[in-house]
Design a binder for this molecule. Structure first.
Ligand code: GDP
Length: 197
């Protein structure tokens, strides 16, 4: 069933000012340009929901959306900009750290990965960090319509093998495309039962 209601709530740079943790929450994060805004719009069947928070200068913010009056979708800032100072990187790390440690209602983090590129250290390091904190996450492959079925299967197998060098088990994978809306039902079907707890 598609999302019925999607409402932008608040953008802020202070995790203490996020909405009260009174509903299940799911956060989306990945390298800048991975396709996060496009995925959020595709997932919620809205053409420009994530654009609200995508204005220049508003990128380093935690953005909360309320979905179907039932769960919070959180658009976290993208990481890995090439041209970012050490100070900016530290600010980003502090923001994400503050967020991750202050949301008892955070049920899952969706780490977005561009299916067209090799596993990147920055993504693997981020996942390792989540693992160390015991925070549940899954991997969402974006832009997958760019790969044919064979190449996609090889990519997924390679990614899994790379993860298994460090992890006992690989996290769950989702295959998505904002162009074809692939993966929407899978993601929503994953989120909804978790909501019911
Ligand atoms: P963000 O910076 O992570 O929020 O990424 P955006 O959603 O703004 O997308 C970055 C670029 O990737 C844009 O040029 C999008 O059109 C493109 N893009 C996003 N999702 C897809 C997808 O599923 N398929 C393809 N081919 N391009 C995509």
């Amino acid at each position: 069933m598609p999302v019925k209601q999607a409402e932008f709530l608040v953008s802020n740079s202070d995790p203490a000012l996020c909405p009260k943790p009174d509903r299940p929450e799911y956060a989306f994060i990945g390298r800048s340009n991975v396709g996060k805004s496009s995925l959020i719009n595709m997932l919620t069947s809205r053409s420009s929901l994530a654009k609200i928070s995508g204005k220049p200068g508003k990128t380093q913010l935690i953005n909360h959306f309320l979905i179907d009056n039932e769960w919070y979708l959180v658009d976290l800032p993208g990481y890995g900009y090439a041209q970012v100072s050490k100070t900016e990187r530290e600010k980003f790390a502090a923001l994400i750290d503050g967020y991750l440690t202050s949301r008892p209602n955070l049920l899952c983090i969706f780490v977005l990965v561009d299916a067209r590129i090799e596993p990147q250290k920055i993504d693997l390091d981020f996942m390792a960090n989540l693992g160390e904190r015991g925070l549940p996450f899954v991997i969402v492959f974006t832009k997958t319509e760019k790969l044919n079925a064979t190449k996609l299967q090889t990519t997924l197998a390679n990614y899994r093998a790379r993860l298994l060098e460090e992890w006992e088990e690989a996290p769950q994978f989702f295959v998505t495309s904002a162009i074809t809306a692939a993966g929407r039902e899978d993601l929503l079907a994953f989120i909804r039962p978790l909501n019911e707890g």
